[in-house]
Design a protein. Structure first.
Length: 124
């Protein structure tokens, strides 16, 4: 399975998961079967707030799951429409969240619990 992670900087599987999908500078994509790790710079970084394009952000790369610190409802809807499940990160690094995902320990996000990590409101 290919799993994407919104990250601040590329440190491979030791990268810290970023607070928000749309404004993440980069994404780490891990192939859990082959253990390949790919870094993709966010190609939609300067989008209008609330108008994130996940296909553009991921530079056309496909994933089956995305792990994020937080994400807006619109981006969740777009990812879900692409067949991508979205999960809330609970550990600081890609490596730790990957392990938790393999143990079914990460919460799947939906439009009903989008932006749950934002303090003082989200604006999405």
């Amino acid at each position: 399975m290919k799993v994407g992670f919104a990250v601040q900087t590329n440190q491979g599987i030791e990268s810290k998961v970023y607070d928000h999908f749309g404004s993440a500078p980069a994404f780490i994509i891990v192939d859990t079967e082959g253990k390949d790790v790919l870094t993709v710079n966010n190609q939609d970084l300067n989008h209008v707030h609330g108008a994130c394009n996940p296909v553009m952000a991921l530079d056309g790369k496909s994933v089956e799951a995305m792990v994020v610190g937080s994400i807006g409802a619109g981006a969740i809807n777009k990812l879900n429409a692409m067949g991508v499940k979205v999960y809330a990160a609970v550990a600081p690094t890609v490596k730790e969240n990957l392990e938790l995902l393999s143990q079914n320990e990460l919460e799947e996000l939906s439009v009903y619990n989008a932006c749950r990590a934002h303090q003082g409101g989200c604006g999405h």
